[in-house]
Design a protein around this ligand. Sequence first.
Ligand SMILES: Nc1nc2c(ncn2[C@@H]2O[C@H](COP(=O)(O)OP(=O)(O)OP(=O)(O)O)[C@@H](O)[C@H]2O)c(=O)[nH]1
Length: 315
Amino acid sequence: MKDKLLLDAFSALSLGVIIVDAQYRITLWNDWLEAHTGLAASETLGEDFFTVFPDLQCHRVGDAIRQAIGNNLSALLSQSLHRSPFPLYAEPARPAARLSQAVTIVPLGTAERFCLIQIVDVTTTVRRESLLRDQAHELLSQSLSDGLTGVGNRRYFDLCIDREWRASKRNNKSLSLLLIDVDHFKRYNDCYGHQRGDECLQQIATAMRNALDRPTDMLFRYGGEEFCALLPETHSADAVEIAERLRTSVQRLDLPHINSPNRIVSVSIGVASHNQQQHTEYGQLIQSADDMLYVAKRAGRNKVATRQPQLVKSL
Ligand SMILES: Nc1nc2c(ncn2[C@@H]2O[C@H](COP(=O)(O)OP(=O)(O)OP(=O)(O)O)[C@@H](O)[C@H]2O)c(=O)[nH]1
């Protein structure tokens, strides 16, 4: 009566239960396994475990079973490393993706050693975790990117400059910053309307992003019609070259701006570089770039300006 009750309980469990003996013969196989492998107990009882599951012979599951029987050791197989060791399906008649599984392997008995294998279906949990991870990733990237242009936003810039500043100090490497401002953009909006102004900012951002070719170089919208580029491990001369590339990428868009002296949309760029001891905090680097942006504007716009050496470049 007690044995019958126990077997009924094994059958009713919503997890897979297998017991193998010291010769690796299957001595218990519950209904849940039949439902998810398509193999009935009558086909597996008394069979060699590794004949039923040949792929598990050289798998962590096989090792764990041998350890349980040979050395009385338990094992919990990590879901992230061994997601679906057993060929288990929601509907074995129409096998699609394997169920995600959490597998526990425990030695049983003393004089005669057995091994209990428990398999829990964690597909829903794994799917939910992956969905939550994707959503968290999406939310994070939304909260760090600018909605209009898709480049990093001001918040992301604040995080990145702090991180890159520390890295440049730690590794004794240079760090350059470009502050980029669209020329006469108020007039552009006044002439073509705010909607066209938005489209213009999008085109400028795309052009400049494409002009940055090092994966570590980053472009941000600093605010309004102002962008900035953070260039790790880049010294002054290279930064000026990159700034020139950004300036010409906008010029090449050839976007008409009839209320600008050049008749096309252009940007002015201030360049500042930190090499070892020049600045004590990154606020000073931003201030230097801003000062140079002012110089570029004063020099007639559509220009790149930097302090070292005194330089204003333009078309
Ligand atoms: N369409 C659009 N315009 C913006 C946006 N953000 C800021 N602006 C406009 O950009 C203009 C910036 O004007 P100013 O700061 O006077 O500078 P400017 O006209 O570009 O002149 P200079 O910088 O001296 O060349 C303002 O008219 C803002 O309204 C935006 O997201 N979309």
